[in-house]
Design a protein around this ligand. Structure first.
Ligand code: 3HC
Length: 722
């Protein structure tokens, strides 16, 4: 007969005891995911105490930890609570409390099995690491990882110490430095979990394993690994080599602008030479110090800004989204193929159309190659890859368009061509299909004019390469129907993008703020500053690539065209530079034709800055400017333009502005986005710098009215977060 000890409902943790196995169920009331918040810690503390003292049931021989939340085991520490940390001591104390709890879990008198279905991230994985045995489900929702560096911190509940001891230094560093998340199968391959089983049998297998561990019939694989640590890593000099390579990698990726990964290396390296308790001391101190840095605060701000953009509650009020199972894409070029691949990867069936069979076939191959590459990286099996690639079909006709829920046109950037495509598509689709345009510059209202159902037309601006870039900029014109916006937003989310919704205006948001920044870089070239100095200044400010490299990547002809459209709209401050005209006239289009600001070899590999450029653009390349001056001119130019878009109502919120700038154009994440940057620097200080730039370089640096207003009022864009 089973012994049952049931708990009252409403608590975040419940424990039932069945046949000597304690089943601990996590389910935080009122929260979409389980997080390690104060209430969960208190409840776990109580349960551990009862198990330690044998109070719940002296016959308990083993325990299993399960989650009742679909899609989540534990999503980590409660990031909301990070905002309460005022001093390093506050954060250090929180880390120590977590460590102590997990120490007790690890040393419990009975074995504990983590039965993981859904995400086990950060503190969630740290809980699992303190268990005796880990079983993951094979659900695609099951993902394990330590993404703390993405929040500017290090794991603070034992992860920096337990993971390297379990799976080896190199593999653990790879996970912790990238924040990479592994599904169950890959986690087993890495040695993080002991078994992977189908979701349906997870609880039963976990119970069985708990019983076997209690009876001494089974030993965790992790325990076996701990006794024979990765022998290669213990060879003389090997460990130093691993850490020095990792440090080099971090420096080249972050330019030393992010303290967390460097501190992580230090904590792991020192911790390995000490016992666990001493390692945990180092970890808690690092966690405490990092959690209150400006970098961590900016990254936490971005986490919530991004989540809020994804879950935009304002949308629910407009209309319900339609379900998206099938889409059609017109234009099988690089963007069209990318949109097709990103959609297919998320389970959507795609018709990819181009005029010529060769173009359609090429697009199909590009989409399928992308899918195969990404699936192989995730170690997908052959039949899974076939199922993925089969979702994309190519066509030269509009066949199959009638059943599409969304059509995206991604043809050449030309108004009349796009309008023709819109008319043609409309004739083939019903009134319930969203008609999206992937234009980056043409006003959506101009495209909607061509449509007989303009309310179905919307801008779906993807960024290149589509499969990697996380932003989807959705542009509504005044007549766009609510359900069209809601469906576009849901579609973006479904394919893993973070959508922001902006109003129709030249350049929308992302290109609007990028344009004066790029134009300023071209002006610096005209003034005689060297290409590599401009790029180095901006990567040194935190951009992933400098503007000169970006020109080559985007295509000089494309940048020239976009620049002219924006210059026409904002003539007072975005005059097109002669640099681009001269480069394009010289036949230079950037990476795509192997001739740009940089040299390219036969395989298209980027070389050094091309010295002949200076003659082409008629610049002496003889001026040296302090790096800070270049950074200020370019950085503040973008920040100021972002504020203008909010004041004009292009943006709906400062939050969207931060998300769009960081995810769409690489604004440095540790600066939190242009609006967060103004809050942190102080509007008055930014205004002072803008006034100085205006006095020196002219009216293109005239401060946005919103900046002037915020400087006077002291009001912040994010009053609740600062
Ligand atoms: N803390 C607080 N809130 C969290 C959270 C967390 N760790 N994880 C998710 N949430 C909230 C989101 O803000 C969102 O709130 P909302 O409903 O008010 O908008 C809600 O949960 C649902 O989240 P998503 O919309 O993002 O849901 P998804 O299903 O798309 O994704 C997820 C779920 C994969 C868990 C994703 O939210 C995520 O990646 N969360 C963060 C995971 C993370 O970084 N964990 C590490 C935390 S740091 C840590 O653990 C420190 C430790 O070492 C001590």
């Amino acid at each position: 007969m089973a012994t049952m000890v049931s708990e009252e409902t409403g608590a975040p943790v419940h424990m039932d005891v069945e046949d000597g196995i304690a089943i601990i169920r996590l389910d935080q009331p009122g929260k979409p995911v389980n997080v390690i918040s104060a209430d969960l810690v208190t409840a776990m503390d109580d349960i551990l105490r009862r198990l330690e003292e044998g109070e719940a049931d002296a016959s308990v021989r083993a325990a299993v930890i399960l989650s009742e939340k679909k899609g989540t085991w534990i999503a980590g520490a409660d990031i909301e609570q990070f905002k309460e940390f005022r001093t390093p001591a506050d954060a250090e104390a929180a880390s120590r409390a977590g460590q102590r709890l997990l120490d007790r879990l690890e040393n419990l008198r009975v074995p504990v099995v983590a039965a993981i279905d859904g995400v086990a991230l950060g503190g969630g994985l740290e809980v699992a690491l303190a268990c005796t045995y880990r079983i993951a489900s094979d659900s695609p929702k099951t993902r394990l990882g330590l993404p703390e560096v993405n929040l500017g911190i290090v794991p603070g509940a034992g992860g920096t110490q337990r993971l390297p001891r379990l799976i080896g230094v190199r593999a653990a560093l790879d996970l912790m430095l990238t924040g990479k998340q592994l599904d169950g199968r890959r986690a087993r391959g890495a040695g993080i979990v002991d078994e992977v089983v189908p979701v349906a049998i997870l609880p039963a297998v976990a119970r069985q394993v708990a019983n076997d561990l209690a009876e001494g019939r089974k030993e965790p694989r992790g325990a076996a690994r701990r006794r024979s640590p990765q022998w290669m890593e213990n060879l003389p000099g090997m460990r130093q080599l691993i850490f020095s390579k990792a440090r080099q990698g971090v420096m080249s990726k972050t330019k030393g602008l992010y303290p967390a990964p460097l501190r992580l290396l230090e904590v792991v390296e020192k911790g390995l030479d000490r016992d666990l308790a001493e390692g945990l001391e180092l970890e808690a101190r690092a966690f405490g110090e990092l959690a209150v840095t400006p970098e961590a605060r900016s990254l936490v701000h971005l986490f919530f800004a991004t989540t809020a953009a994804k879950n935009d509650p304002a949308l629910g009020e407009t209309a319900k989204p339609k379900k998206v199972d099938r889409i059609a894409v017109v234009g099988a070029g690089f963007m069209g193929a990318g949109i097709a691949a990103a959609s297919a990867e998320s389970g959507i069936r795609v018709r990819l159309k181009d005029v010529k069979p060769e173009a359609a076939a090429k697009g199909l191959k590009t989409a399928r190659d992308t899918l195969i590459k990404r699936a192989k990286r995730k170690k997908a099996r052959g039949f899974e890859i076939t199922a993925l690639t089969d979702r994309v079909e190519a066509t030269t006709e509009y066949t199959g368009f009638h059943s599409a829920d969304v059509v995206v046109e991604a043809v050449f950037e030309d108004v009349s061509l796009k309008q023709t495509v819109i008319r043609d598509v409309e004739a083939k689709i019903g009134a319930g299909t969203v008609l999206g345009s992937n234009t980056s510059t043409i006003p959506i209202s101009t495209l909607a004019e061509a449509a007989s159902r303009p309310e179905n037309v919307i801008g779906l601006h993807f960024f290149s390469p589509v499969e990697k870039m996380p932003l989807l900029e959705i542009i509504t014109h005044p007549g766009t129907a609510g359900w069209v916006t809601a469906t576009s937003h849901a579609f973006g989310k479904q394919i893993g993008k973070t959508p922001i919704i902006v109003n129709d205006a030249p350049g929308f948001y992302a290109n609007r703020i990028l344009s004066p920044y790029m134009a300023e870089a071209a002006l610096l070239l005209e003034e005689g500053v060297r290409m590599e100095e401009i790029d180095a200044a901006m990567t040194g400010w935190g951009y992933p690539v400098g503007p000169i490299t970006l020109y080559d990547e985007v295509g000089l002809d494309v940048a020239q065209k976009a620049g002219k459209i924006l210059a026409a709209a904002f003539a007072d401050r975005m005059r097109p530079s002669s640099v681009l005209d001269r480069m394009v006239a010289d036949g230079r289009q950037g990476r795509k034709n192997g001739r740009g600001f940089f040299t390219y070899d036969e395989d298209g590999k980027k070389g050094t800055p091309d010295e002949s450029v200076y003659a082409v653009i008629g610049s002496p390349a003889a001026k040296t400017l302090p790096r800070a001056e270049i950074q200020e001119r370019l950085g503040l130019m973008m920040v100021n333009e972002a504020l203008r878009t909010l004041e004009e109502g292009v943006l709906r919120s400062a939050r969207d502005g931060d998300v769009g700038a960081v995810l769409g154009i690489g604004f440095p994440p540790f600066r939190g986005g242009p609006f967060w940057y103004v809050d942190q620097t102080g509007a008055a200080a930014v205004l002072e710098r803008m006034r100085a730039l205006e006095a020196r370089h002219g009216p293109r640096f005239a401060p946005a009215a919103l900046l002037v207003e915020r400087a006077a009022s002291g009001e912040r864009f994010f009053p609740d977060e600062s």
